[in-house]
Design a protein around this ligand. Structure first.
Ligand code: T3D
Length: 263
């Protein structure tokens, strides 16, 4: 049974909590695989309409566990970090980005390295006022991974992305919000309730349309306007034939609350 990821269900919201608090949720291969497994189970479960990625203890995650023998220098052979990424990080990030439901990251304390980039790879990031984000990679001679090179310039522009990635300075949550790296900041004590409330709001919205919105935006970032317009046409055509569009319009015209079911 999973232990490195604690799982809670609140109505249709599935909370996946990084659960290695004594190690500040530093990632090991087993933890990354368990997180992916938990995401896959949530993706398959029709009763889940939103996922919250949260963390136990005082930090969200300090990133890769640098003491893990899989990556820590020393021993008989040099460590193949590419292999670690290919086997454990890349599939996790792709899984996160393909989730059929929105994913909210709830960040308290430090989010460093892979911890920062997994968080900002979620759909909405809500952080405690005291949280800090840091691209720790350059400090140890690495490049940003977990999608950092793709995400950062898209979220904050090249100049700020390079400043964050090259210097590796601690970025306080309010500044991260101002830059557009994260969506919301709340007082520290309010983070758990605020994250859950945000997730419950998302869970009540038309899930399939939300997942397709993320997909369309991710794809459009690599497209010219016309192909992006064509993708919108294709997605809108599909969604227009689906239940939630009928329900949403009927509820709007009938002045009642909608009940969405497509996933
Ligand atoms: O390697 C690969 O497979 C490639 C993949 C890479 C993905 C990555 O995530 S690379 C980036 C890894 N993360 C880092 O480089 C962050 C390293 N940590 C720090 O820079 C600082 O700890 C923080 C800025 C995050 C927090 O600073 P502070 O002053 O609040 O705490 P601290 O005292 O530095 O850390 C507290 C403890 O956590 C300390 O242990 P101790 O002295 O109490 O026994 C520290 O060594 C430990 N710790 C922090 N980060 C890590 C860690 N131990 C292992 N791995 C860590 N990443």
């Amino acid at each position: 049974p999973p232990t490195l990821i604690a799982i809670e269900q609140h109505a249709s919201v599935r909370v996946l909590r990084l659960n290695r608090p004594d190690a500040l949720n530093a990632f090991t291969a087993a933890m990354l695989d368990e997180l992916r497994y938990s995401l896959e189970r949530a993706a398959e479960d029709a009763s889940v309409c939103c996922v919250v990625l949260a963390a136990a203890g005082r930090a969200f995650s300090v990133g890769q566990d640098l003491a893990d023998p899989l990556v820590a220098p020393g021993g008989d052979a040099p460590k193949d970090l590419g292999r670690m990424l290919e086997q454990h990080y890349v599939p996790l990030v792709l899984c996160l980005r393909a989730m059929p439901v929105p994913v909210v990251a709830a960040v308290q304390g430090v989010a460093a390295g892979a911890g920062a980039n997994l968080a900002i790879g979620c759909d909405l990031v809500i952080a405690a006022e005291g949280a800090i984000f840091l691209q720790a990679f350059s400090r140890i001679g690495l490049v940003p991974d977990c999608g950092g090179t793709w995400l950062l310039p898209r979220l904050v522009g090249r100049a700020k992305a390079l400043e964050l990635a090259l210097l590796g300075d601690k970025l306080p949550a309010p500044e991260a919000q101002r830059l557009g790296l994260i969506a919301r900041v709340v007082p520290d004590a309010e983070l758990p309730d605020a994250a859950l409330a945000l997730a419950q709001r998302l869970a009540a919205l038309p899930t399939r349309a939300l997942a397709q919105t993320r997909r369309a935006m991710d794809e459009a970032m690599g497209l010219d306007l016309e192909p992006a317009l064509r993708r919108e046409v294709a997605l809108q055509r599909q969604l227009g034939f689906a239940h939630d569009y009928l329900e949403g319009t009927a509820a709007f015209l009938g002045r009642r609350a909608p009940t969405f079911t497509d996933r």
